[in-house]
Design a protein around this ligand. Structure first.
Ligand code: FAD
Length: 374
């Protein structure tokens, strides 16, 4: 049985583990902490335009060397397996990568997404047209204003929205949205309206839905908790190599030996890339590229505030061959049993229309290639 070590506990590492286990590998996941997955807004953007992606040679999905039919088939398999697995952990998702809906966040701004939690799906803006929508506010919560959300829903999306404040006296002083997490959804006075809740409540009524979040995100936290089950909580500090292969990874004084390794350590938030004078990959010294050129030759330095915002430098990351082996700066493959997946891959904006598509699909394929040592 092939032993696969997945390093990284975000959505890419999770999909790699799913695929490798499906191919009967013995899989261990090592993750040090929640990464970007735990911050996602609650709307999985998978892909927008496969043909446009295939026309961008440095896009991680274009580098897989598949045509649009091949990518579509793999996306179908990866997403249905992911939805099934998350459903077993009690997190139900709706949608697919083939069509996208529009969902509002806590400020009333809309985001397109393919796959969303069941509790968000009911708030698809197209489906709300012609309905009255009560936006629930909690007067004790200082970082969210239901009245302005309702106004934005009206002005930006033509939804007949109004705010309804419901007091939750047992909340702590100066409460914030995070204090709502895990509480039972309060019932509004308004009847016959759809009900928009700030994210985090449980037991929503049948006509209730959750708005998307900004960080910290209850949607992200629920997802992160579901996908972290069974992972070893430790930081990989080094990877031993020899004869063109990785042999073991060291974490918390333990050596994890494996036949194949999936690196799914994320970008700057996850810790897969280190932003210094030049951006680097800390575990194996792999090549970091900006639009196909080695980042070391460019001398662009990331500023901290850019970590959350799309910026040219945020497209920096690893480059891989068709089998997801990461490259050195000279374009060679240093290790035949190491595969890279997720937001650590460069060539796309990870807060853009493939935010989850790249981690899901590359994770899925990396897990399979690792299990088969392809
Ligand atoms: C604020 C924010 C909001 C977003 N919202 C959306 C959204 O709504 N929709 C969308 O489609 N996309 C969104 N994205 C993008 C999306 O969240 C990420 O692209 C995706 O979650 C990346 O997944 P990942 O598994 O590649 O990386 P991560 O989730 O970052 O996971 C990396 C993992 O690697 C681990 N790790 C790193 N180094 C080590 C080590 N040495 N040893 C052990 N473990 C290690 C980390 O601890 C972490 O567990 C958002 C991103 C951000 C930052």
């Amino acid at each position: 049985m092939t032993k696969v070590l997945v390093i990284g506990g975000g959505i890419a590492g999770y999909c790699a583990a799913l695929a490798a286990r499906r191919d009967r590998a013995e899989v261990t996941v090592v993750a040090r902490a929640p990464g970007a997955t735990a911050l996602y807004a609650g709307a999985m953007e998978v892909v927008d335009d496969l043909d446009a992606i295939l026309g961008s040679p440095n896009h991680p999905l274009a580098r897989l060397g598949m045509d649009s039919v091949g990518l579509a088939t793999e996306l179908d398999a990866a997403i249905s397996t992911l939805q099934l697995a998350l459903g077993k952990e009690g997190l139900r998702f709706e949608g697919s990568w083939r069509s996208r809906g529009l969902y509002a966040d806590i400020h009333g701004l809309a985001r397109l997404a393919g796959v969303v939690p069941e509790t968000v799906a009911r708030g698809e803006l197209g489906g709300l047209s012609g309905k009255r929508v009560a936006v629930i506010g909690v007067p004790q919560v200082g970082d969210y204003d239901a009245a302005s959300t309702a106004q934005a829903l009206k002005e930006l999306h033509g939804i007949e929205a109004f705010a309804e404040e419901i007091s939750i006296p047992e909340l702590p002083q100066a409460a914030s949205l995070t204090d709502l997490y895990g509480r039972r959804a309060p019932s509004p006075r308004a009847r016959g309206a759809a009900i928009a809740y700030p994210p985090g409540f449980t037991n929503l009524p049948p006509d209730g839905f959750e708005l998307l979040a900004s960080p910290p995100s209850p949607h992200g936290w629920r997802l992160q908790q579901a996908i972290s089950l069974g992972a070893v909580s430790a930081e990989v500090t080094s990877i031993e190599t020899g004869r063109g292969k990785a042999t073991s990874a060291r974490a918390n004084g333990r050596a994890f030996r494996a036949d194949a390794f999936v690196l799914a350590t994320g970008r700057h938030i996850g810790g897969g890339l280190r932003a210094g004078r030049t951006t680097s990959e800390p575990l194996l010294g792999l090549g970091v590229f900006d639009d196909g050129a080695p980042a070391a030759s460019l001398g662009t330095r990331l500023r901290h505030e850019k970590y959350l915002e799309p910026a040219a430098q945020m497209r920096m990351g690893l480059m891989t061959d068709k089998r997801l082996h990461p490259l050195l700066e000279d374009g060679s493959v240093p290790y035949t049993n190491v595969y890279a997946a997720g937001a650590m891959l460069g060539g796309y904006e990870y807060s853009g229309p493939c935010g989850f598509g790249v981690p899901i699909l590359t994770g899925w394929l990396a897990g399979r290639y690792a299990a088969r040592q392809d």
